[in-house]
Design a protein around this ligand. Structure first.
Ligand SMILES: [Zn+2]
Length: 379
């Protein structure tokens, strides 16, 4: 494909402000790109205006998955941007726009690779299935839906196009976000015994949670230790009133050796014990995402590394990440090797003036194509 056309596909995607609820427009756009080709295009609706899209090309042979999310994070203020966030601007070899890095460049490069393979004029030696998902940024629920519906079940390998600067990310931490609410009874602070202070059980919870989570000495050789941050706390209404309501939120980054389930069990137990002694606490979790255990040993990771070294003269380094991806969901498919390789370097994700270099993006297009061909030969 001509460079200009490959850049146009990325630019068109950036022009769709798919901030976590308008992914159907992205799905429409991708579907239309494949309309004139022998491709199986399936729309999987998550909610009105929110469609995942599954595009499968090839008739038979090894099936490689490509995964990219359609949503982007919001823009705080256009004023922070030197270029309009929802219109791609190329300047000094960089393409700017919301999603340029995370991860419309990865998604676009996968699409370009598939179209190039279809345009080669030769029958495909295998198959590719693109899984374009909704809601990655807020809980990976598009990937969860596609996993449950079986769209990843027959894949023999999966590449996620999140930004890695064309290195091979083989493992990442998981995440648990939780909110803890506490109810008390409000009275004048001159007679606290008549009321119930909603803040005190939160303090006790934090104290115990820090001890319990630190007591597990599991350390992952590449990801390090679990981390736990109390990120928000609020309660009370005025200085001379015993607070009737208080809450806090926490963010935990988990490692494979210390499962999300175990962490949540331990937090639940602290809550139960505090409630048994008079507190009124309720803990809720939003979209916990398991970590991705290392894929370094898989043939897919080795193959991607080899292709990057031999065909692109890049390092092919196997790396680790701290942020969760759609891999947290797809990893539920038994024995599915998953790697994360994307063209952007990720340094401007979720920031103003997000960009990908034009050269890296175009190289990403070529890499996905080369990887698919190598995969079809090797698997
Ligand atoms: Zn992303």
């Amino acid at each position: 494909m001509e460079k200009q056309q490959a850049l146009k596909i990325l630019s068109d995607l950036i022009a769709i402000p798919s901030i976590n609820d308008q992914e159907a427009q992205v799905a429409d756009y991708i579907a239309q790109l494949f309309a004139d080709y022998p491709a199986q295009v399936q729309r999987v609706r998550y909610a009105p205006g929110r469609d995942n899209l599954v595009v499968t090309i090839g008739e038979k042979g090894p099936l490689l998955g490509f995964s990219g999310h359609e949503d982007v994070v919001a823009v705080d203020s256009n004023k922070d941007w030197d270029y309009p966030p929802f219109s791609a601007t190329i300047k000094d070899g960089k393409l700017y726009g919301r999603g340029a890095s995370d991860m419309k460049s990865g998604l676009a490069a996968m699409i370009v690779a598939m179209l190039d393979l279809l345009n080669n004029g030769q029958p495909l030696a295998g198959r590719i299935r693109l899984l374009a998902s909704v809601g990655e940024e807020t809980g990976e629920y598009g990937a969860a839906q596609l996993t449950q519906a079986g769209y990843a079940s027959d894949l023999q390998g999966l590449v996620i196009g999140e930004p890695t600067d064309l290195q091979v990310r083989v493992t990442h931490k998981g995440v648990i976000d939780y909110k803890l609410e506490s109810l008390g009874k409000s009275v004048h602070s001159s007679q606290p015994d008549l009321g119930k202070n909603a803040i005190l059980p939160l303090i006790e919870f934090v104290h115990q949670a820090q001890i319990v989570l630190a007591a597990d000495n599991q350390v992952d050789s590449t990801l390090g230790k679990l981390t736990h941050v109390i990120s928000q706390i609020q309660g009370g209404s005025q200085i001379n009133t015993v607070p009737a309501h208080a809450w806090l939120t926490g963010n935990i980054r988990t490692i494979p050796a210390y499962s999300n389930e175990l962490v949540m069990q331990q937090l639940d137990k602290i809550v139960q014990q505090l409630n048994a002694s008079g507190a009124q606490l309720k803990i809720t979790y939003s979209y916990p995402e398991p970590p991705l255990p290392t894929q370094a040993h898989t043939r897919l990771a080795q193959l991607a590394s080899h292709v990057l070294q031999e065909q692109f003269h890049l390092s092919g380094n196997l790396t680790a990440g701290v942020g969760a991806t759609d891999a947290s969901e797809y990893h539920q498919v038994q024995n599915l090797p998953i790697i994360i390789v994307g063209p952007a370097d990720g340094t401007t994700d979720h920031q103003p003036n997000e960009y990908v270099t034009v050269a890296k993006y175009l190289r990403g297009c070529q890499f996905y194509q080369a990887l698919a061909q190598a995969f079809w030969q090797e698997f």
